[in-house]
Design a protein around this ligand. Structure first.
Ligand code: NAP
Ligand code: G4F
Length: 339
């Protein structure tokens, strides 16, 4: 039986990847860190399912703690490691930049070094990101586009990207960087903009909140569906040679578009009024203000536009996105309202 280890298994991608690998017949091990609360909501469905939970194991460890990583990798003996653990919030990375560097940059080095010592044949997936491109002058970004990171998060991820390449080239290790563009789902963390919008709409519908406070409505992202993006991580590790791959939809929508589409799901048409910090989104029938701008959510540096070219992944991995923007919003809203 194939054995995989996932760091960041409690997060959005980690939980979908666990579902995917269990379905493929893998024994799945995951790192969880100590917490005073209970951050395993995304894994509950696995833990309570007796058919699959016999192949599922969680280990207390932390990617900033080399000994714990060493212990788990030595005990578990994985053939594949998916390093998804991260302080993954761009805005938060401006508030905790040093911590972000420890988790998002140095931890990849820790894992690679431990693998090099225990068994350099273990294949490693590194969660790189489209944030690496920064405000690129290319209208569409691919594996050849230069990086120009603009946040502590993306600078840390740039280290993770390069150290992976260095060990690949210097020691012949199988390490691949997945340059994934934004991907969302009902399991997205509550402070990311898409989940914040869908959860906010639910609160408004239930009369528990009057409006949603947002930052920059005009920034544009290439938004895909997390559940289908995790397959690409696995495909990358099944190749003969390690390489780096862009995973994206090739379509771009703004935060404003997301707000409009999500409200449309509950039959509310949003009209926009005012400018800058005074701009508001109004229910076009009732004239109630449903969206306001809160400067707290503006970033010291904003990445305005991302659009990914996934043609290399399509050609080599045979991967292409099926769920596009409108379908993604529908999946998230549908789930929000039945939860
Ligand atoms: P996420 O939901 O924020 O999950 C992050 C995971 O990392 C959580 O399981 C978290 O555990 C864990 N973690 C954080 N610090 C840790 C530490 N010190 N030790 C061990 N585990 C730690 O992120 P995601 O959206 O699934 O993304 C997965 C990866 O892909 C991340 O590396 C992210 O940066 C990258 N990425 C994401 C996107 C996207 O659009 N989603 C795009 C490109 C790249 P807790 O539950 O305990 O907090
Ligand atoms: O949802 P976001 O926080 O995602 P962001 O910054 O694009 O980062 C995500 O995608 C990256 C891949 O490109 C990952 F590497 C990273 O780990 C993470 O998963 O913000 C999206 C956009 C930004 O332009 C932000 O300024 O939405 C804008 N925004 C507007 N109002 C907001 C808000 N973002 C958040 N989080 N909260 C708001 O209230």
């Amino acid at each position: 039986m194939k054995v995989a280890l996932i760091t960041g298994i409690t997060g959005q991608d980690g939980s979908y990847l666990a579902d995917f690998l269990l379905e493929k017949g893998y024994k799945v091990h995951g790192l969880r860190r100590y917490s005073s609360t209970n951050p395993i909501k995304n894994l509950q469905h696995i833990l309570i399912n007796k058919k699959i939970n016999k192949n599922f194991f969680l280990h207390y460890a932390d990617v900033t703690d080399t000994d714990s990583i060493f212990r788990v990798i030595k005990d578990v003996k994985p053939i594949e490691i998916y390093n998804l653990a991260a302080q993954s919030h761009v805005h938060a990375s401006f508030q905790v930049p040093e911590y972000t560097a420890q988790v998002d940059a140095v931890s990849q080095l820790r894992i690679i070094e431990v693998v090099k010592q225990i068994n350099p044949k273990i294949k490693i997936y590194q969660a790189a990101t489209s944030e690496l491109y920064g405000n690129s002058n290319k209208k569409i970004q691919n594996e050849m586009t230069s990086f120009a990171p603009i946040s502590p998060y993306s600078v840390a991820k740039l280290y993770g990207y390069h150290i992976s390449k260095v060990y690949r080239e210097a020691y012949g290790m199988f390490i691949t960087n997945g340059i994934l563009f934004n991907h969302e789902s009902p399991r997205r963390g509550p402070t990311f903009v898409t989940k914040k919008i869908t959860a906010g709409i639910k609160q408004i519908i239930n009369g528990k909140q009057t409006h949603i406070k947002l930052g920059n409505l005009n920034s544009k992202r290439d938004w895909g569906y997390a559940k289908e993006y995790v397959e690409s991580m696995w495909l990358m590790l099944q190749q003969k040679k390690p390489s780096d791959f862009v995973i994206a939809t090739g379509q771009v929508y703004s935060v404003r578009n997301f707000v409009e589409e999500a409200f449309k799901y509950v039959n509310i048409k949003i009209k926009w009024k005012g400018k800058g910090l005074k701009e508001v989104g109004i229910n076009s029938k009732s004239n109630k203000v449903l969206v306001k701008i809160d400067p707290y959510f503006l970033r010291p540096n904003e990445l305005h536009y991302l659009k990914g070219d996934y043609s290399k992944s399509k050609k080599i991995l045979g991967w292409k996105p099926k769920v596009k923007f409108k379908e993604l919003v529908k999946i998230m809203m549908e789930n929000e309202l039945i939860e």
